[in-house]
Design a protein around this ligand. Structure first.
Ligand code: ADP
Length: 445
């Protein structure tokens, strides 16, 4: 069993992991940049180590500094959280080479799923449906044009190494294909150091639906149902729900078990999310995230399972404490991402939080690292809090959400709270009538 865990992250996820450790009696080590010396995760940890200057490259992405911090403090494991080094297979490998436990899957599985082409091939081989498209990378423009004709326009050109909603270009017709293809390759080379691209049918009105899985090292794998993350801006999720309103219990059960079986066959360890697009009653795999996700709390609320705790336990070599038949879904949950951004222009807003009042009451959970007087530095992701609401059904969940959003006070920085208030009152959202383009259309008006 892990005795002392170093958390290689910051912000609300570092606090979330710290809380799971405290519940498990595991000692904690926080790491931080000079910009985060007074941050909440540093204050709550048993020990902390400054690993470098504010720039992520020099601190939260600084592998030698992080591994040294673990060795100096006597930590026996590292949790990468999400973002930063969480999907870096070399990091996972190096952590193990230093005799430490990496709270995540094997380097081999991180690398496999980090390459979207390989991920699609693997998942297809395991019998799951994928978005129709090219069978691997396309390297030659003539072949690419021919393939695009076969797939049928519109076609999406995606970077094999893409992530964070970047590295995608749509070609609506043959006339835009060459330019879109060349731009996608060039940008992929610059942004991801890998210019391999592949083609996918561009689905016009899908929902984004993803399944949460967890597996131990004894071949036990379980799915924890799905989340609907269709409300996105620039392919980045803003609002998530569990369960989705479109899958029937029978479909969920059959499809979910199929996914769990595939994960078990893969020999996968830890938590993961398989992302799909849903159109005309079908799910099509797009990618897998091999880490804890921002939106995991809504699944925790409807299943009663502490996913981060279970993640740490399976990484320690424990057996999963529940089976598929033990997993029961109760009620509905919604998460609103509270980013420090202007709710109309989406321009990031850094500064000092001058006043803070957190909502509460039945069904309200807030995961954040905020406190009055804390700083929101300009160097990192703008997510500063997650408002997570649970109720017996979706209608009650929306009512509680409106109540909590109106109570929430974050002074000194701009936040997305006004946008979420608008969404919670929107008739289409209330009716559950939206797809991945909904938010972008709404905010363009
Ligand atoms: P990333 O790793 O950058 O998050 P994903 O492959 O998960 O990239 O895609 C992110 C989002 O882009 C999806 O949630 C969806 O909104 C959109 N998207 C991806 N593939 C397609 C597709 N084939 N057709 C339409 N939209 C897509």
């Amino acid at each position: 069993m892990i005795k002392k865990l170093l958390i290689a992250n910051r912000g609300e996820i570092a606090v979330r992991i710290l809380r799971a450790c405290k519940d498990l009696g595991i000692e904690t080590v926080a790491v931080h940049s000079t910009a985060d010396a007074d941050a909440m995760h540093v204050r709550l940890a048993d020990e902390s180590v400054c690993i470098g200057p504010a720039q992520p490259r020099e601190s939260y992405l600084n592998v030698p500094a992080i591994i040294s911090a673990a060795c100096i403090t006597g930590a026996d494991a590292i949790h990468p959280g999400f973002g930063f080094l969480s999907e870096n297979s070399t990091f996972s490998y190096m952590v193990k080479e230093h005799g430490l436990t990496f709270v995540g899957p094997d380097a081999e599985h991180i690398a496999m799923m980090g390459d979207k082409i390989m991920a699609k091939k693997t998942v297809a081989r395991l019998g799951l449906p994928t978005v129709p498209g090219s069978d691997g990378a396309v390297t030659n423009i003539d072949k690419a044009l021919k393939l695009a004709d076969e797939i049928g326009y519109p076609v999406l050109i995606k970077a094999a190494g893409g992530g964070g909603g970047r590295g995608m270009k749509v070609a609506r017709s043959k006339a835009d294909f060459v330019e879109a293809y060349e731009t996608a390759r060039r940008e992929a080379g610059i942004s991801f150091g890998n210019d391999r691209v592949y083609l996918e049918k561009y689905l016009e009105n899908p929902r984004h639906i993803e399944f949460q899985v967890i597996a131990d090292k004894y071949g036990n794998a379980v799915h924890l149902g799905e989340r609907d993350c269709s409300l996105q801006r620039r392919n980045q999720k803003v609002w998530e729900e569990a369960l989705s309103t479109v899958l029937t219990p029978e479909f969920r059960d059959t499809f979910g078990r199929k996914i769990a079986k595939a994960i078990s066959e893969l020999g996968y360890l830890g938590v993961g999310t398989l992302e799909f697009l849903y159109e005309n009653g079908q799910l099509y795999f797009i990618e897998m995230n091999t880490r804890i996700q921002v939106e995991h709390p809504i699944t925790e609320m409807i299943t009663g399972i502490d996913i981060v705790r279970e993640q740490i336990l399976v990484a320690s070599g424990e057996k999963l404490s529940f089976t598929q038949d033990d997993v029961k879904f109760r009620g509905h949950a919604i998460e609103c991402r509270i980013n420090a951004e202007n709710a109309e222009t989406f321009i990031p807003s850094a500064g000092t939080v001058t006043s803070y009042h957190c909502p509460g009451g039945p069904g309200v959970r807030v995961d954040s690292a905020l406190y009055e007087g804390c700083k929101v530095p300009p160097y990192y992701d703008s997510l500063i809090a997650k408002l997570i609401i649970h109720a017996n059904d979706r209608e009650q969940c929306l009512a509680r959400l409106r109540r909590a959003l109106r109570e929430y006070v974050i002074g000194g920085v701009d936040t997305l709270i006004p946008l979420h208030l608008k969404l919670a009152d929107n008739p289409d959202i209330i009716a559950g009538n939206f797809n991945i383009h909904f938010l972008e259309k709404l905010t363009e008006q």
